[in-house]
Design a protein around this ligand. Structure first.
Ligand SMILES: Cc1cc2nc3c(=O)[nH]c(=O)nc-3n(C[C@H](O)[C@H](O)[C@H](O)COP(=O)(O)OP(=O)(O)OC[C@H]3O[C@@H](n4cnc5c(N)ncnc54)[C@H](O)[C@@H]3O)c2cc1C
Length: 500
């Protein structure tokens, strides 16, 4: 073991989509800054950002029923859907900027056009979907959304789902043709490949084990070089904890007051993947259903066409479950190790409040393959067990904290940026809507941590992301212009795809 001291401007911990996004934003805004990355695995995008570990939905609220709710007066609240859509527009613009400036190439290797659909069964749900469609289509962001409860139309939209269904079944769907399937793993790897060419020092198989503040206000990291079997020490003025499920542990190690009274609730995931290509070819959409009673919002079942490894695949899930690990490659001790004197009452309160959810997750974990197939048959009535395999997805660590609205130990389902008061360190916690909104979340990091520079950076941010600071829902013309230009840059219109 040997020691070495190195000082740099920025250290990014973790090589997932979040660090990739922050690194590429910073490289454009402050090209002279030195950036180092430490990733404990052998490559970028191997944990939650990996294509097999998440559902690859470009979350733009075009199909996810949990982003809207019915109010007590019967009207539909679409404010969350508008927010998520606006956030996804930021990602589309930044990815387009990266493509147009040759910082990444071949957008079809990470993003493909794919209809996004919501599907419901039962008369009450059909009524709800109809009303939801009426409300959403009044908003410019959701214009073009189609609704149908006509079996003949549905057979054209979703033939596999409509096969062998009773003729009198109440079923309806909405369809948005402008949805996308995103391979976040490929995107992450492309961005890191480019950062490497721009002198970003990327260190794989380097695990950050300690972090402490130094006398001059910067941060010192203790890094384990796994292959070299040695410890290194690196200093930086700004550190981003983009370690996914590993961020909470690192945040706790910093000792900053903002990181106290926070806990993590890990939720595991499984997908069923179709191994019969003939079946997979009969479906072409992401079809989101309604979450089961007691299920967490991120386990809404969906049947998705995916583009992975240059092949069209079909996945169903995710089935949520309970696992004490905070990373897929983590340890069974992660949950226990995250319990600290300052967060134990928060965690205990959550334990009592979320007893039902924990029970649900444990039950889900114990489901047999055949029981999972039964859930799939609500989507594909004649699905055959021999056509489907189970694959393990990534871990999602939900934030538990004390809030005014929810009280002690409230489980949060969003993403959360926790930063030190002086902006010298920031952590990203939580997992949803996730990778789709990476650009929005990393802009939040820049705003929180670089208040001195953000004004000066604004013109460049607007060059990269023209709708920065503007509501597209309130500017339909700008929305259309941005939608068209990003579709062109990312080759998302069908005619551009056909020409490939
Ligand atoms: C089942 C499932 C389905 C999902 N579906 C979607 C979806 O459809 N659409 C969507 O937008 N999002 C989805 N998400 C969420 C999305 O995958 C995540 O929000 C996103 O990938 C998180 O990126 P990240 O960079 O924060 O973390 P990660 O990709 O997990 O990267 C963190 C990295 O940090 C490394 N690391 C950890 N600890 C250390 C350490 N101490 N030292 C060095 N390196 C470390 C890890 O090895 C890892 O590579 C889904 C997630 C799951 C689990």
């Amino acid at each position: 073991m040997s020691n070495s001291q190195n000082k740099t401007d920025v250290i990014l911990i973790g090589a997932g989509v979040m660090s990739a996004t922050l690194g590429s934003l910073l490289k454009e805004l402050a090209p002279e800054w030195e950036i180092k990355v430490f990733e404990k695995l052998a490559d970028a995008g191997e944990e939650s950002s990996n294509e097999w570990n998440n559902a690859g939905t470009g979350h733009a609220a075009l199909c996810e029923l949990n982003y809207t709710s019915e109010k007590s007066d019967g009207s539909i609240d679409i404010s969350k859907a508008i927010n998520v859509n606006e956030q996804f527009q930021l990602s589309r613009q930044f990815w387009s900027y990266l493509v147009k400036n040759n910082l990444i190439s071949n957008p079809q290797d990470f993003i493909m056009p794919l209809p996004h659909m919501s599907m419901v069964q039962g008369e009450k749900n059909v009524e709800f979907l109809k009303k939801r469609h009426e409300t959403m289509t009044k908003n410019p962001l959701f214009q073009g959304m189609e609704f149908s409860d006509d079996p003949e139309t549905l057979k054209k939209w979703i033939p596999l789902i409509m096969q062998d269904r009773p003729a009198n079944e109440a079923i309806a769907a909405t369809k948005m043709d402008i949805g996308t399937d995103v391979n976040f793993g490929a995107l992450t790897r492309m961005i890191f490949d480019n950062l490497k060419t721009q002198n970003v020092d990327i260190n794989y198989k380097h695990s950050v084990e300690g972090i402490k503040r130094t006398k001059d206000g910067s941060w010192e990291l203790k890094v384990h070089d796994i292959d070299g079997c040695k410890m290194e020490y690196h200093k930086a003025k700004f550190v981003f904890l983009g370690a996914g499920g590993g961020s909470l542990e690192l945040l706790q190690k910093t000792g900053i007051p903002e990181g106290k009274h926070i806990g993590g609730f890990p939720i595991s995931g499984l997908f069923l993947v179709c191994k019969n290509q003939e079946v997979a070819e009969q479906h072409h959409a992401k079809v989101y259903g309604k979450a089961k009673v007691g299920a967490p919002p991120m386990s809404v079942p969906h049947l998705d066409t995916r583009y992975i490894d240059n092949k069209k695949s079909l996945l169903f899930g995710p089935f949520a479950g309970f696992s004490p690990k905070f990373l897929k490659t983590g340890s069974n001790m992660d949950l226990i190790a995250s319990v600290k004197p300052h967060n134990i009452t928060t965690l205990l309160a959550a334990g009592v409040k979320e007893m039902g959810l924990t029970k649900y997750l444990i039950q889900q974990l114990l489901l047999s393959k055949e029981q999972r197939m039964e859930e799939l048959r609500e989507f594909i009535p004649n699905a055959k067990s021999e056509d489907w395999d189970i694959v393990v997805a990534g871990q999602r660590v939900q934030v538990i904290k004390d809030t005014e609205a929810g009280g002690k130990g409230t489980l949060q389902f969003g993403t959360e940026v926790v930063s030190a008061a002086d902006g010298s360190i920031a952590a990203l916690l939580g997992a949803s809507p996730g990778a789709s909104t990476a650009v929005h979340v990393m802009l939040e990091v820049l705003n929180k941590c670089f208040p001195q520079q953000i004004k000066e950076w604004e013109p460049k941010i607007k060059e990269m992301i023209p709708s920065y600071g503007v509501s597209l829902a309130n500017n339909p013309e700008l929305f259309q212009e941005i939608h068209n230009s990003t579709a062109q840059a990312l080759r998302l219109s069908e005619d551009l795809q056909d020409n490939n």
